[in-house]
Design a protein around this ligand. Structure first.
Ligand code: AMP
Ligand code: ZN
Length: 501
């Protein structure tokens, strides 16, 4: 395991970058709000999940054991008109709500696999945790931060905010005075809430509502915010390390989550709150409810008025990595084309690099300026990731190191300019960043899963060892066998390269 690195992250609670300190040494508990599975995920959702996948991967790469919990919202996420999104999805397609949830959960998993993201450690569903949510409603009632009206239960935001002025509004910056200034006049006709800021934690089901469960208050269903409070507590404990999600969830979802956790046990759920910024399409937030979306399938096939052609999943992922997760990212055709070039270049450089070897005989043992420059660039890449997971900086470092790789291959560097151990460090850094940290995959023909690259690396390493031992029989045997399958190995002064005929 790697030694644990010092990581700084931007905490939405303090609005500042802080040095990350996990509750238990070497372990991280991370909860990320998952998708609402009432329709296909759009690319904006994918960006958020890709961002947190990179964070998950980097924490593990940095030596932490991570429990990553990402939920599936399959009940309770209400539309503005009060209708449950899941029920609406089911009604529109004349399916059981569970059929809707299953269909889009499978689709979500497929797309996450296409983007080569790792599955979370636990993926709990809201409908599978109704007893835990009922228990939490009861705990909030018991502590006096909720009230019941006609079978529904509401969180008493005003009382909570008055008694916990440092807590309510800390995440989203809402000020309690503003809340209090809102008058009851804002309540919709027949609204049961005492105050417009209050929110439902249990909702009595109307006659036609299909998703319903028994509870001490009514046959009904939980409020949307409740599932994340209940499930994060169940799997990560009352207080855990990191809570993440898209920035649009800060308010009301996350602010209300914090209130519920405090309201039920008097404790802060997460020490660090991380928010990924929005993916824009033509300068506007990509959003299912506003119809301003491009689906991953449309982007891959090019079947969309917004783009001139299709882009592969790894190009799209590379495009996402080109921006820091806290910056907005606007999808444009030009930006995707630039990403395509950047991705191909990175993978090509890596191929050249991995196939290059320098004989130890060419090196006199000292550290050259070039060596130092390359080592500093590798360090910059890691420092970029340590600084709030800045993938843009890490990519820029790899790009600069790529310049040295090209010089090496094109013989623009003097012999012995790069020490063999520095070359090995370059190879390891590229492999670590490209495959482990970014989770990119080689999409070139015959190498869809990186297998060919990996095998070639192994075979050429064995051959290089044989040559060092002057075992020409083994070395020639390997070259002849590769020639037979159409792979040409070239031995240059600066190292070995290969290509497929
Ligand atoms: P939803 O399925 O709408 O609950 O969203 C799932 C996740 O995607 C949440 O973390 C949202 O914040 C996030 N999300 C929604 N729209 C976008 C967007 N345009 N860009 C980035 N993330 C988004
Ligand atoms: Zn959530």
């Amino acid at each position: 395991m790697n030694e644990i690195r010092a990581i700084k992250l931007h905490n939405s609670l303090s609005g500042k970058k802080e040095v990350f300190q996990s509750l238990a040494p070497g372990r991280v508990g991370m909860y990320v709000c998952g998708p609402t599975v009432y329709s296909d995920v759009h690319l904006g959702n994918c960006r958020t999940f890709v961002s947190f996948d990179i964070i998950y991967r980097y924490l593990m790469h940095s030596g932490y054991k991570v429990r990553y919990v990402r939920n599936i919202t399959d009940v309770g996420h209400l539309l503005d008109d009060g209708e449950d999104r899941m029920s609406k999805g089911a009604r529109l397609s004349q399916l059981e709500p569970m059929e809707v949830a299953q269909k889009y959960t499978v689709g979500f998993h497929d797309i996450m696999r296409i983007f080569n993201t790792l599955p979370p450690s636990i993926e709990p569903r809201a409908t599978g945790h109704i007893p835990e949510q009922v228990e939490m409603v009861q705990a909030i009632l018991d502590r006096g931060y909720a009230y019941e009206k006609n079978g529904s239960v509401y969180f008493d935001v005003i009382k909570f905010a008055r008694e916990n002025p440092a807590v309510y509004g800390q995440l989203s910056g809402r000020v309690i005075d503003e809340l209090l200034a809102e008058s009851r006049e804002n309540l919709k006709h027949q609204d049961e809430k005492n105050h417009p800021a209050d929110f439902a934690i249990w909702i009595k089901a109307s006659e036609e509502h299909i998703m319903r469960w028994n509870s001490p208050w009514s046959i009904g269903f939980p409020g949307w915010h409740l599932e994340c409070s209940a499930m994060s507590t169940k799997y990560l404990g009352k207080t855990f390390d990191i809570h993440g999600g898209g920035g649009d969830l800060k308010f009301p979802h996350h602010e209300n989550e914090v209130a519920q956790n405090h309201g039920s046990c008097g404790c802060q759920p997460a020490n660090y709150w991380l928010h990924a910024n929005m993916l824009l399409l033509n300068g506007r937030k990509m959003s299912k409810s506003e119809g301003n979306t491009i689906s991953p399938a449309e982007l891959f096939s090019g079947d969309s008025p917004f783009i001139s052609k299709g882009y592969s999943p790894m190009v799209v992922k590379f495009f996402m990595l080109m921006a820091h997760y806290r910056s907005t990212l606007d999808i444009t055709d030009e930006a995707l084309q630039a990403a395509e070039k950047g991705f191909r270049k990175l993978m090509e450089t890596n191929k050249l690099l991995q196939a290059t070897s320098i004989s130890a005989r060419d090196f006199d043992g000292s550290e050259s300026d070039t060596d130092r420059a390359i080592l500093a660039l590798i360090d910059d890449g890691y420092k970029g990731m340590d600084d709030d997971f800045n993938t843009a900086i890490a990519l820029a470092s790899l790009n600069e190191i790529g310049g040295y790789v090209n010089k090496l291959v094109n013989k623009q560097l003097a012999e012995g300019d790069i020490a063999p151990w520095v070359l090995e460090r370059m190879k390891t850094a590229f492999t670590n960043f490209i495959y482990d940290i970014f989770g990119l995959q080689d999409e070139s023909a015959g190498a869809a899963d990186g297998t060919v690259e990996g095998l070639m690396r192994l075979v050429l390493d064995i051959r290089a060892n044989a040559r060092e031992q002057k075992d020409w029989t083994t070395s020639d045997k390997i070259r002849d066998a590769l020639t037979e399958v159409g792979i040409q190995v070239k031995d240059g002064k600066e190292g070995v390269s290969w290509n497929k005929q």
